[in-house]
Write a protein that binds this ligand. Structure first.
Ligand code: 48F
Length: 257
């Protein structure tokens, strides 16, 4: 068969456009394709919810690829291991209660599970603003990351969602946008992002579950962003909390939906 270059282009443009058009109205829009955002996406999509993930970078996986200090292995505790089993990631018991997993196998398997459950992931797209009406967030404002990188003056496009998940990790970008542009009060003790505290794996991993909640009408927070929002410690390269927070976030949103 002879290959036609134009058909190849047409196939990409038409298929991508259809995918994006289908995500203009979502049940849940997730900002950030790190481990927590991807896990939340998987459990929401598995329950037949319409989910889109928007990721600034070319690659998904956020801070998971590099394990700890570029040693690309992660550590996971008993509760988190069950989730890696569900994602078909192999784990190795290092000492009782401590498992290791290949960081690259983790990212690729979680991503594959999320996509095959029905999640649409859009990489190279930055969330630069939120849609806020009547004191509730009901959508996201998107632009190509290349526009941000090149500092071009180009207007964004908008999508609507019943709920937004803030899964941007340490910088809590969505919450910072709300604080800066809307001047609203978050449901945190001070009404603002409290900021993450220094490393303490044990405490950070415990608190992340209770910090996974609706932090502003329409906005749920998961993963490292949850601990940063509520002033809890970071936990470094142990990833059970990230995955469990993503799962709990999905379950709590499913109840709310
Ligand atoms: O940082 P990230 O991996 O967040 P996470 O799911 O996991 C945290 C761990 O990786 C690690 C840790 C474990 O102890 O603390 O850091 O909470 O993934 C966040 C993703 O969000 C993307 C960013 O590129 C990354 O892939 N992101 C951040 N801001 C935006 C964004 C934005 N404005 N628009 C789109 N994507």
């Amino acid at each position: 068969m002879k290959l036609d270059d134009i058909i190849i282009s047409k196939a990409i443009i038409e298929t991508y456009t259809k995918k994006l058009l289908d995500c203009l109205e979502l049940d849940v829009a997730i900002v950030g394709a790190g481990p927590s955002g991807l896990t939340a996406a998987y459990f929401l999509a598995k329950d037949n919810k319409k989910v889109g993930v928007f990721e600034r970078h070319l690659s998904v996986g956020g801070g998971m690829w590099g394990g700890g200090m570029m040693f690309n292995e992660i550590v996971i505790q008993e509760e988190g291991k069950k989730l890696l089993d569900e994602f078909d990631v192999r784990t190795h018991e290092f000492q009782p209660g401590y498992y290791t997993a290949d960081a690259i196998e983790c990212v690729s398997s979680i991503t594959k599970s999320a996509i095959q459950a029905g999640t649409r992931i859009f990489n190279l797209i930055t969330v630069e603003d939120v849609m806020l009406k009547n004191e509730r967030v009901n959508g996201l404002v998107l632009n190509w990351s290349a526009v941000e990188l090149a500092n071009l003056h180009i207007d964004p496009l908008t999508i609507r969602a019943k709920y937004v998940i803030e899964a941007t990790g340490h910088p809590t970008e969505v919450l910072k946008i709300l604080e800066k542009k809307a001047g609203v009060k978050l449901k945190t003790p001070s009404g603002a992002v409290e900021g993450e505290r220094p490393m303490w794996a044990e405490k950070g991993e415990k608190l992340i579950i209770e910090n996974t909640k609706e932090v502003f009408p329409g906005v749920w927070v998961t993963g490292m962003a949850a601990n940063a929002a509520f002033g809890s410690p970071r936990m470094g390269p142990i990833f059970g909390g990230m995955l469990l927070s993503g799962k709990v976030c999905a379950q709590r949103i499913l109840s709310a939906l």
